[in-house]
Design a protein around this ligand. Structure first.
Ligand SMILES: Nc1nc2c(ncn2[C@@H]2O[C@@H]3COP(=O)(O)O[C@H]3[C@H]2O)c(=O)[nH]1
Ligand SMILES: [Zn+2]
Length: 720
């Protein structure tokens, strides 16, 4: 059986689309892109580097950008510290000079015409500082005086330096005017003429549009980048905190710099203002901009990249989530660096408890309309295709490899399950209604690492496989089977990547709505029936109302049973029924249905290692994200999700020993044939992760004895 399946799988993978799906023996090559075929032909090339070779380059660039930003941040901090210590010196000097009389100071000024500018500046600054100190003390009595003093002194120093420079310039000019007035005038005239000529020759004109309004900017080629940015800022009527984006005619973001290519009105650039509202926008962007580093363009690049990978390779690969998480954690760090408060950027993290994840809730969680339309078109095109017999059979086995199928194809496979279990005819389901239903289900699964549409498919496919392997069709009626399959399809709808513990601790909307009782599962179920409420999606619209009632009750029961906090309760119940299990008893069947969906839900380790292991990476990513957010928000950290405590093997050995095997073995007591199909692979996985755990322990103890001061961290999600 295993041999047959692996042959089918290999054949399927190696022979591209023709074998997988065929329409009257022909498959339109336009349906599958070349990229799709390549992916299918090289199953071992699932790794991101091979799929999207440019991606790693972009990642590297992003990391480099991050490094640059960090360096700049440190430089700015150093610079600031130097300035503050200078200011302190000046302040001390000013205090010392306070004791000498104004007269004496004037005298000194007169009798020492050769005094250096620096000394004179200091004296002036001391005067100004004294005045400002008095003013500030009056104005800011309640504030921390030391801090204000430093800030004010910094501003004053700048102002004073400017004033002094102006004064010095004026004095110098007077001096020159007395001595060389005629000469200077002549020279100035000559210089002006030369400058004008040079300006004509060395200026650039750029054409661009702001909100559809044509604009043009003229500037000297050697002007400072900041001046040019200010020029564009003026043109866009943008505020000092707004972020500008300049696009070339191809739509790519380009740097606003004096080296911009001159253009013509017909190839004009497009200027956009991304308002960085001082109150609402993440302050990291603010800081990044202060430092001349465009964090939002980094994010945009990530989004573009993600979009590209979505169109080329199906769902967002896990590493993109990792990248986003890193960008966000970097942003979080910037926002919470206390000693940067002088920039006015310090953010009180206590407000964070109400703020959900920096990543999932801000963007990319929901599917965009654009990508849904794209997948929908593909699905509609493919849905009338006939799937080959080999794939039909392969779909009935736990060895099925979900990673080889894109979302539109997965919908075709789900459709096939409804067809091959005869639901279409038994329940009079119109094909277009089934399509609408499946599409809506696809749409309502989110872009998160684990609880996504592919997970929905895997759980449904395992349920489908179990139905066939245990020959449930001969033991249970179609309504029960329809309930089980549809429950699997809907069981994690609109999961946001945070478990019930988080929902309850963070007092989310869901926890409030469902009074902390299985908030997620209640929500998944409610969303399922929300979808079914739409007539065009209601696959049960042709069943008698009594049957509908039974179906609804059954689906609710099954989906609610997937809450792991009920694991023992359900397993104990099932065990108690086993010795006298009776398929004709509704109570018995109900418990069995709950067990079957639970088994399907946590069945990844029953799949071949190359299918199961990437799922574990996805799961740990979602776990780590949650525990990171819990730490950030000061919530209790879910221990099995903590990246500081959990590794791949440690997470699996315990889970397999204490959760998977006890559950699977009880089911195998009722269906002994499952021993081979799901228990053997799980035992193999346990062996694999036990070895991995030992190897890690050995590596850890070796390196800690070699380097007692710096034992390396245990490999985490990426450990192979
Ligand atoms: N450690 C581990 N946990 C798993 C695995 N598969 C499922 N789970 C957990 O089991 C839970 C089942 O319900 P959820 O989908 O809410 O979340 C799932 C995970 O927390 C696995 O392979 N390893
Ligand atoms: Zn699930």
């Amino acid at each position: 059986m295993g041999g047959k399946n692996s042959r089918v799988s290999k054949k399927t993978q190696n022979s591209s689309k023709k074998l997988e799906v065929s329409v009257n023996n022909q498959y339109s090559p336009t349906v599958a892109s070349e990229a799709d075929c390549k992916l299918r032909e090289q199953p071992e090339n699932r790794s991101l580097e091979k799929k999207t070779p440019d991606f790693m380059k972009v990642c590297e660039r992003l990391f480099q950008d991050g490094e640059v930003l960090r360096e700049r941040m440190h430089a700015a901090i150093r610079e600031n510290q130097e300035r503050i210590s200078n200011l302190k010196e000046i302040k001390a000097k000013a205090e010392k000079d306070e004791t000498s009389s104004d007269e004496a100071a004037d005298q000194e000024e007169e009798t020492s015409p050769t005094k250096s500018n620096v000394e004179r500046n200091c004296a002036l600054e001391a005067e100004d500082l004294e005045q400002d100190q008095e003013q500030d003390q009056e104005q800011d009595q309640e504030q921390d005086q030391e801090q204000d003093l430093e800030q004010d002194q910094e501003q004053d120093l700048e102002q004073d330096q400017e004033q002094n420079q102006e004064q010095n310039q004026e004095q110098d000019q007077e001096h020159h005017q007395e001595q060389d007035q005629e000469q200077d005038q002549e020279q100035d005239q000559e210089q002006d003429q030369e400058q004008d000529q040079e300006q004509d020759m060395d200026s650039k004109i750029l054409y661009f549009s702001v909100n559809g309004r044509p604009e043009q900017a003229e500037f000297p080629v050697d002007c400072a980048p900041q001046d040019l940015k200010d020029l564009f800022r003026c043109a866009a009527e943008a505020g000092p905190h707004d972020i500008l984006k300049l696009y070339n005619p191809k739509g790519n973001i380009i740097n606003i710099s004096p080296s911009l290519e001159p253009n013509t009105p017909s190839s004009c650039y497009k200027l956009e203002v991304v308002a960085a509202d001082y109150n609402n926008e993440p302050l990291g962007a603010e800081l990044a901009e202060v430092m001349g580093f465009d964090l939002s363009s980094m994010e945009k690049r990530l989004q573009g990249l993600e979009k590209r990978i979505l169109t080329e390779g199906g769902e967002t690969p896990a590493v993109v989530y990792e990248m986003k998480k890193q960008v966000d954690s970097f942003r979080e760090k910037l926002e919470s660096v206390e000693h940067l408060s002088w920039l006015g950027l310090f953010k009180d993290l206590s407000e964070g408890t109400h703020k959900p994840s920096p990543f999932y809730h801000k963007r990319a969680l929901r599917k965009t309309r654009e990508e849904c339309d794209h997948v929908r078109d593909k699905f509609i095109q493919m849905s009338s295709l006939e799937v080959s017999e080999e794939v039909r059979q392969y779909l009935k086995t736990p060895t099925f490899d979900n990673w080889q199928w894109e979302d539109a194809e997965i919908m075709v496979l789900l459709q096939l399950m409804y067809t091959d279990l005869d639901f279409i005819t038994t329940f009079n389901i119109e094909p277009e209604v089934l399509r609408e239903f499946l599409f809506e289900v696809y749409r309502r699964y989110n872009h998160i690492p684990f609880h996504n549409f592919k997970h929905c498919f895997c759980v449904t496919q395992m349920m489908y496989g179990l139905i066939w392997l245990t020959d449930l069709r001969s033991r249970m009626d179609s309504v029960d089977l329809l309930i089980m399959l549809t429950s699997a399809v809907c069981h994690d709808l609109d999961h946001t990547g945070y478990n019930n513990a988080y929902q309850i601790n963070a007092r989310t909307e869901l926890a409030l709505r469902y009074n902390d009782i299985s908030p997620l599962e209640n929500h998944h179920c409610a969303v399922a029936f929300e979808i079914l409420e739409k007539t065009e999606c209601n696959i049960f619209r042709n069943v008698p109302s009594e049957q509908y009632k039974r179906i609804r009750e059954g689906i609710i029961k099954c989906i609610l049973a997937t809450d792991m906090s009920r694991h023992n309760e359900i397993l104990v119940k099932f065990k108690s029924l086993l010795p006298t299990f009776d398929f004709s008893s509704k109570d018995h069947r109900d418990v069995l249905m709950m067990i079957l969906i639970k088994v399907s839900d946590i069945s990844n380790e029953a799949r071949p290692m190359e299918v199961a292991e990437p799922w574990l990476d996805c799961l740990l990513q979602e776990f780590y994200n949650q525990s990171d957010v819990e730490k950030l928000e000061g919530l209790p950290v879910t221990p099995f999700m903590d990246r500081d405590k959990v590794t791949k093997p440690s997470s699996q050995t315990g889970f397999i020993r204490f959760v998977l095997l006890p559950l699977f073995m009880e089911l195998a007591n009722l269906f002994p044939c499952l021993e081979l199909h799901i228990i053997d692979p799980v035992r193999k996985a346990l062996g694999y992760y036990t070895e991995m755990e030992k190897a890690l322990e050995r590596a850890k103890s070796c390196s800690s004895s070699a380097d007692p001061q710096g034992a390396p961290e245990a490999p985490k999600a990426d450990c192979k």
